[in-house]
Design a protein around this ligand. Sequence first.
Ligand SMILES: O=C(O)CCC(=O)C(=O)O
Length: 405
Amino acid sequence: MAAVNSDDVMQTPVLDAESHNLLQRISEEGGYAYVSMSTRAANGDVRAAEEAREMAWEQLHSGPWTSVLPVWRDAYAMACLHVAKFHYANGEFTEAIRVLDMGLIMGGMVLREDLDSAVRKATERANDLRTVNGDGNPKLLTDQNEINLTEVIQILPMKSLSCKLVGKRSALSLEGFMRDYFLSGSPVLLSDGMNHWPARIKWNDLNYLKTVAGYRTVPVEVGKNYLCSDWKQEMLTFSEFLERIQANDPNAPTYLAQHPLFDQIRELKNDIVIPDYCFAGGTEMKSVNAWFGPAGTVTPLHHDPHHNILAQVVGKKYVRLYPASLSEELYPHSESMLKNSSQVDLDNFDPNEFPKIQDLEFMDCILDEGEMLYIPPKWWHYVRSLTTSLSVSFWWSASPSSPTS
Ligand SMILES: O=C(O)CCC(=O)C(=O)O
């Protein structure tokens, strides 16, 4: 526990202004016990703060996520702020950050500004107390820049890199992208479009990553991939996650996959730039997600409804693409939750069980550091990281009048 300065308090201006309204809305939904605990928490009762957080957590897990009432997400965020205030006042800054992150990940939008500013302040305090080991030289997350293609081909699915490669264009203009690829719905590798991103320099520096994000809690996936029975999700601090990447246990790859990390950690958001290509079609960004992990992570064959620019910041990935027109031959799962995923495990499949897939034409490529891959909507893709890899996906939808939206 750190020395405590009594003038240094965690401010929560939005909570102070909104708490009356919020508690009223929670009462209207029958949350009287929560309201009573929360009121006691606001008056300094730490146990009541924990109890209120527990109650809101139960509400968040009382049924499918989509049926959770938004007010209970705000109630959860409110309880996280109360609990974090106590930790902060005790000098337990890393604990405060953990609780605030849970509020950011699981809580609603009303108190987001308070959660964001509190987490920034607690991170500053925690970093003030952190001792940085080492000789002051930057320590790289990975120095594995080269791959041996012959060895790589051995681990990739059959026929990889032997058929049609995705074409590459350097410094392509938005107009050129629209004309040659976007309007026809064709994939393309785009090079020299992200050289100006601060992330290109900063994200391979372990000390930088630990300073801006080390104490933050992130959800990760552990196991071969989301279609396997031994797959699970865990919450880790970003520092713990970086250690897992570096240890890279081949039996339990840890993948920070499809997580809106940049909504959670503003410093990392400042390191990336939305590519101009994402303005093709003139509509809104749907989501920006992080895909961070060690060599060997696999995202199995699936498709998404949006346009996608997958930007490779650190490391390399192999990507295989099948057009939407081949969907029937790719054996989609029948359950509604999985119907955008193929039943075929490209790394290990039985041609007798899935005979149609063998002769299908596909395109593939190695997505190299500093390159972006355009994946049109509904194109099936399989992705394998060949080195430690940090990528960012930008999903956007086209205007309702566009044929590919
Ligand atoms: O990079 C990956 O592992 C998968 C990326 C992906 O599926 C996507 O961007 O939609």
